[in-house]
Ligand binder design. Sequence first.
Ligand code: F3S
Length: 755
Amino acid sequence: MAFDIDMIKKVYTSMAERVDAARKIVGKPLTLSEKILYSHLWDGTPNKAFTRGKDYVDFAPDRVACQDATAQMALLQFMQAGKPKVAVPTTVHCDHLIQAKSGAEVDLKHANNTSSEVFNFLESVSNKYGIGFWKPGAGIIHQVVLENYAFPGGMMIGTDSHTVNAGGLGMVAIGVGGADAVDVMAGMPWELKFPKLIGVRLTGKLSGWTAPKDVILKVAEILTVKGGTGAIVEYFGPGALSMSCTGKGTICNMGAEIGATTSTFGYDDSMERYLRATDRADVADEANKIKSYLTADAEVYDNPEQYFDQVIDINLSELGPLLNGPFTPDLSTTVGKEMTNKAKDNDWPMQVEWGLIGSCTNSSYEDLSRASSIAQQALDKGLKTKAEFGINPGSEQVRYTAERDGILQVFEKLDAKIFTNACGPCIGQWARYSDPKNAPKNSIVHSFNRNFAKRADGNPNTHAFVASPEITAAIAIAGRLDFNPMTDTLINENGEEVMLDEPTGWELPPKGFDVKENGYLEPVEDGSGVEVKVAEDSERLELLTPFTPIGDTIKGAKLLIKAYGKCTTDHISMAGPWLRYRGHLDNISNNTLIGAVNAFNKQTNFVKNQFTGDYGGVPDTQREYKKNGVWTVVVGDHNYGEGSSREHAAMQPRHLGVAAVIVKSFARIHETNLKKQGMLGLTFANEADYDLIQEDDTFNFLDLNEFAPDKSLHMEVVHSDGSKDIIELNHTYNKAQIEWYKEGSALNLIKKQNA
Ligand code: F3S
């Protein structure tokens, strides 16, 4: 069930027929995104044109990928579905649970000791149900998927929001919650609202210090963190053809930061080169046979305005290197003068303390080779790095090859720490401080994708800026945020002024990739005899108990928290030290919403208990309500639940007794996750009603017994002075999703159907 050329041949065989049928039905030339979507319909050959942004459609993805932190809950749910084996090729990747501290060897040993219970659980469940298993240290899920499983024209889902990375190899790859993955693993259709389409036309050519990362940093500036919501971003034009496959992966990867459903590129020579270099000449040969189906029809890219809902133009020749941040990935600043001014105006610490290169976004061989060309210059020109360096190679194959070619040694000569081939600091698995809460204000630069407060090191005062690997290297060497490698000089050990030359590197290793032990375990053919053990007293794993339906009468519900401003999945279910409880619903629920800011006092994890009038932590207060059999409501602002695909952000409130989350707008994955867990995810019909909600409010749902598609709901808000408001609430539940609510969860429904 690992790499499956027969499955790919099957997809390609039906693709031509399905795309031709879709073109007739839609009545116009097709974008690449539409070709992939229409060729993956659950019902086979298309017989209906779908309305973008409106119609819910059942799809049949080709693959599933899960990372260790989300796989625990996904597999715990799959175990309940009553299936002997997964229905489509699926892999599990152990990459999130490895802390970066001393360096790869020591850190990996430590992770294998401290998380052996979880790794063993994932390995045995994978073995039992026919899932390919990538051991800790094998690499970061999306780099491993790109190297081994992604293929042009394919469709996959993954339990990680950066699954979208595989768009770099021409896939439609989408991040989902574990419950969605369970649907596909159980052989059921997977539902998605047919996305809108944004076209990004790339003209010109990248040169000098500018990298693919700058393209997506620019797109993030243009579209902001929610501009891609509900849309697939399709890149095209001469600029797209001039970029490497892994560079395209970087751009697609950070599509998650603009809220896009996914991003993709048409099949081209760079993808063919990458497929051949990663030992998949057979896939390249098959793709070449149907090349015209693996990119948009010619008319589409000639007149994109006619075929996309929105078109953005970027001239790569005019693009300069960018630094995005701090605290949000869409705050874009040009390297050099603009950063100098902005940093001074905003009091961002000018001194940079760390430069981190890695994460699923930028950890390819090309990324490491280009960054090392800068590091090599520091050695050659007698420069000492002012900031510390940390490197996370994307996979064991990248690491082994980079070591063989002397790339890692260049960083080591600059005293860089080479961390495990894993997420590390990108997911807060970074032992930077013993007491992060009281750590000082500082700046770091990294080549990752996310830079929310506390994300990397738990320190709310760390200002994290996102940049390309080569700019990260240059700024780490200079140790200053305002350094412009194109114009500024540095003073070397001899007191001489020197400049850094433009980065150079290799798209692919000149001597080819190599690896000794890639860390992959193939599951046994018949897993029926494999035993999966979960200790009853385990603090990290807990078998699931099905949720009971909330029902159609919610009266007397209390406000748990009215969240103010940004409330990402990190705020709802923090990562970092809490990752260890991802397989234990009750224990991880103790972090529920502790990062959300209470709108009434602007503090985190400090909400009013309406029974006692006392203030306390969100989880404790919620447990009190639950003990008293009282439902609660969470209220939020715009783009609530942006960020990761972790369904814990929905399961935890559900487990603790929150009945409804009512916000101005949702991030797509989180909204679906709430629905899947049988909760109410609703939006204010009138956004200003957010302001009506008071700290002591009680809520009565008035017409939940009439819950139906395209019909708003109404809620009575009773204020502490006895006055009342009735507010209208919108929702996007279709008929099937209302069934999930009625059954208590989507999984309850699957079980019922399989019984
Ligand atoms: Fe891992 Fe960070 Fe990517 S957590 S999967 S490296 S976004």
